[in-house]
Design a protein around this ligand. Sequence first.
Ligand code: D5M
Ligand code: FE
Ligand code: ZN
Length: 565
Amino acid sequence: MPDSTPVRVVRELAARGYNAEREAVTLLADASDPDAAVERVADAAADDALTIAAADVRNALAADPLDDDALPEDPARDGDGSDSTPGGPAASTAAPPEQGEAPGPDSVVTGGRTPSTGEGTPDAHTADAETDDSTGGDIVDSQETASVSRSETKGVGASRIGSRSPSPPTFGPDITGDSTGTGEYGDFVSVFRDRYERLSKKLRGRVNHRPTDALDAMPGGSDAAIVGMVNDVRSTASGHWLVELEDTSGTFPALVMKDRDWADVVDELLLDEVVAVEGTLADDGGILFADSVHFPDVPRTYRPNTADRHVQAALVSDVHVGSQEFAAERWDAFADWLHTPEAEAVEYLLIAGDMVEGVGVYPGQDEELDVVDIYEQYETFAERLKAVPGDLEIVMIPGNHDAVRLAEPQPAFDEELRDIMRAHDARIVGNPATVTVEGVSVLMYHGVSLDEVIAEHGSPDVSYDDPHNAMAALLKKRHVAPQYGGRLRVAPEERDYLVVDDVPDVFHTGHVHKLGVGQYHNVRLVNSGCWQEQTAFQRSVNIDPDVGTAPIVDLDTLDITVRKF
Ligand code: D5M
Ligand code: FE
Ligand code: ZN
């Protein structure tokens, strides 16, 4: 019997219009002739029944004891040798992930549903980025369990399993439809002024700050504090650090002495972020000797919101449809898994950008395109989306490969693209966006700034292997893309949409194609991997992508299980 028996059982029942309890599916799948057993149970079910319960299966199969073919097989009895082995991959399809369940070669299952820091869990322990307790990033290999034939899964809403009833998500403000930028100098002034005002507010209560132009008039030796945007960081001839801060009235230098035990905080600084520096003015004024540096940060005691029922969200990104490296089989396995009882609590699918490979994104990219027309890429993506159950709520933001402006904040897909992707009625919003599902707020940001943070951040823990540590650094700065210039393009707007005004419960990014799961001051961090195998460019710079990973967040506990397809 093929490994996909439970999946087939689910489909057979769905085709007859029934949902099924998990245990019912297990019983049917374990029957020696599951097809006959499904037939029997369906015949016995009341016409108006919606869900097949385990008891229904037992009753129906017990009703005709003479035909023991359809009864669940005794594991001790000699079978035909090809049946699913209880506890093996097929039998586990309909069971929740458990410790010790046979994972794939590079998969790790740690700690079930309880948060844990068990081995193999992405570790988030850096002093610099201060990510604390990693959540249980349980990794479960779903490749075998979800491998069912494609022909069985066509069509939106093909599955009624689990009768998902997601509530409509709500959204915070994003740039879509509100872009005011004309690209002129004045717009840059206003976006930075807005950033400064909103982030300095978070710091003003914590230090007794003065505007920079008032510092000049203060007597030397006074205690003073500045709340400013980092304008420049350079080392002095004697190895100290000079940090130039800018506020709305001017600039002022702060000196961080190299022998202070917190001096390495300078390594964390990015240009254009807003910080507070406290210290003492030099005797002859003109410079502040720093005693401490403060970030807008997330309170350590932040208590995230949780859903009041058991419901889950799958967090993915970087699908890259249209690339020759698009991992079609893995994506299909994921879509198929969403149809199984195991995935019945997954009611939301959040996609954090790079739906398609795009055209002309990087030099030489056209040589690796499978679909060369951008609209056809979205059409192909839309087809892939149709394999996902129709009763999921889907939320999408664009990424740097998508057909919207590259500069951040990025507006949502335009009408033409929405029309192409209209299957599922996905919620289509800008990048970044805050979406609230079941009371849990998720900050979705594609993640282009992560490249910059990883390159610039002084701590070796902030790396492509641990992208969640770079995410923690962004939360600490309360800005998803602090550094203007470089690789990241920021659009001048009246408002800085990249400021993280409210602390999210979950922060979801993608872009770097690496899996990262962690926690920062109780905010769950998820960088979701990708659905594109290694490209030639990535090979040349040794990027080893995490392909086919789908972190699943329990919205009621915020525990995270990573599914591998
Ligand atoms: O980006 C995937 C990751 O790979 C991200 O960390 C950027 C990096 N990348 C990929 N291609 C290039 C080129 N050509 N130059 C620089 N960095 C690159 P994605 O946005 O999915 O392509
Ligand atoms: Fe990508
Ligand atoms: Zn990207």
